[in-house]
Design a protein around this ligand. Structure first.
Ligand SMILES: Cc1cc2nc3c(=O)[nH]c(=O)nc-3n(C[C@H](O)[C@H](O)[C@H](O)COP(=O)(O)OP(=O)(O)OC[C@H]3O[C@@H](n4cnc5c(N)ncnc54)[C@H](O)[C@@H]3O)c2cc1C
Length: 407
């Protein structure tokens, strides 16, 4: 074992990949992953899906079995919060005052939930949903016939609603904007999700202004500005996340809506890389600076960061993709739709549960939302990665084989 020490801060998707890729890439020295959660890196997406619905055990969430880290000689330092990065001494400082020296450092601190300071936000039964502990606490309040109010009609809010319906609960989703998923999808896709959730028994209230959460010790109701009162045994707030950049900022690294990294995942300090939800990087496909919140980005950027630490500079050049599971709907998204001026639909949105929405800017295909259409997702993923162009008319015509729409 060489004398060099790669220290990874944060122990989740990006960290697990970075550690594994360092070993694969030939890193000879020590590797430590330091995270403040108590268990080895686990899959976060099932938290609002199968795990919340009671269809998965926590053991099934691990990204890699604990034995993998042992075999790969990766030290897991769990339950340890890092409070500072001392770039002069080249060490990280832990919450208990101890420190760990590094030769190379990777920041994979992810994101933290955006909090709402509504009157009543401190009541028992009011939750955010980001980590395993959150869901374990939430599950103490769920059960058939109980009422849940979910604040936020984004992916996490809607997935939580679907899982709670599976548990036989009364569910209301409150969305402040005129439609659910407004920031990320076309109106047709929002309307589709609203319809399906209503068919599944969820009450969706858009343009909802939450005034207060009510109750004496535990939450009992949510009051809206128009006077509506909704019974609530629990409230889950899902109104987005913020990049966890405090350590980087305090250490004087460049931060701008995420830790700024170059195409090799390098921060403004040559000995420090960063990957995942905490970063802001330039995407060459869309020629835009992005802060992504996805497993794909955490994993792929971590590979780039590991290569960089192993002395192999390979630019990060990945097409963003994402998924969301709600009921029997498997949504797969390839590309980024922001900036679209036209949506082409293949299949019906006002009936059934399968269609694709293709997003265009002029003639340029930007992205697809494919619902229960894995083939169309794969086709677009390939086309966007290889620079193929798409024929909107053929995409809209279900009698034309999807392959013929790309050239
Ligand atoms: C409920 C839920 C559902 C999701 N569903 C999907 C999905 O379907 N598809 C998809 O692509 N993405 C999904 N995501 C997003 C995806 O999980 C994230 O993009 C991914 O987890 C990012 O990984 P990461 O390693 O960058 O950061 P994170 O997973 O946020 O992990 C960062 C880790 O670092 C730790 N940490 C932070 N600061 C410190 C510190 N100072 N000291 C020690 N430890 C620290 C944190 O506690 C955390 O464990 C979902 C997220 C959630 C919460």
């Amino acid at each position: 074992m060489g004398t060099e020490h790669a220290v990874i801060v944060g122990a989740s998707h990006a960290a697990a990949q970075l550690g594994a890729s360092l070993r694969q890439g030939g890193w000879q020295g020590r590797i430590s992953i330091v995270g403040d959660e108590a268990i080895p890196p686990y899959h976060r997406p099932p938290l609002s899906k199968d795990y919340l619905a009671g269809q998965k055990h926590s053991d099934e969430l691990l990204i890699r079995p604990a034995a993998f880290y042992e075999k790969s000689e990766i030290d897991l330092v769990l339950g340890s919060r890092v409070t500072a990065v001392d770039r002069e001494q080249k060490c990280i400082v832990l919450h208990d005052g101890g420190n760990i020296p590094y030769s190379k450092l990777a920041l994979t601190t992810g994101a933290t939930v955006r909090k709402l300071t509504l009157p009543g936000h401190e009541l028992d039964g009011v939750f955010y949903l980001r980590d395993l502990r959150d869901v374990d606490r939430i599950r103490g309040y769920t059960g058939p016939g109980k009422s849940a109010v979910i604040v936020g009609g984004g992916y996490i809010g809607l997935e939580t609603a679907a899982s709670m319906r599976k548990l036989g609960m009364n569910v209301t989703v409150l969305e402040a904007l005129p439609r659910v998923l407004q920031r990320v999808t076309a109106p047709e896709v929002s309307a589709f999700y609203s319809r399906v959730h209503r068919e599944e028994g969820v009450t969706i209230i858009t343009d909802a202004a939450v005034e207060s959460l009510q109750g004496s010790s535990g939450v009992t109701a949510v009051k809206l500005a128009d006077g509506t009162e909704l019974d609530a045994d629990l409230v889950v707030i899902g109104v987005g996340v913020l990049p966890a950049t405090e350590l980087a900022e305090a250490a004087g690294l460049a931060v701008d809506n995420g830790i700024v990294v170059d195409e090799f995942a390098r921060t403004s300090d040559p000995d420090i890389v960063a990957a995942g939800d905490c970063t802001n990087h330039h995407n060459p496909i869309y020629d835009r600076h992005l802060r992504l919140e996805s497993v794909q980005n955490a994993t792929d950027q971590a590979k780039t960061a590991a290569n960089t630490l192993c002395g192999k500079l390979e630019a990060y050049h990945a097409l963003p993709w994402f998924w969301s599971d709600q009921y029997d709907l498997k949504l797969q998204i390839a590309g980024l739709s922001q900036g679209f001026d036209r949506v082409v639909l293949r299949g019906a949105t006002d009936s059934g549960r399968s269609f694709s929405a293709f997003y265009f800017s002029g003639d340029r295909l930007l992205a697809v939302d494919a619902i229960n259409r894995p083939k169309e997702f794969m086709m677009v993923r390939r086309a966007l990665s290889t620079g193929l162009s798409a024929d909107a008319e053929k995409l809209a015509d279900e009698t034309v084989d999807i392959q013929q729409a790309f050239s």
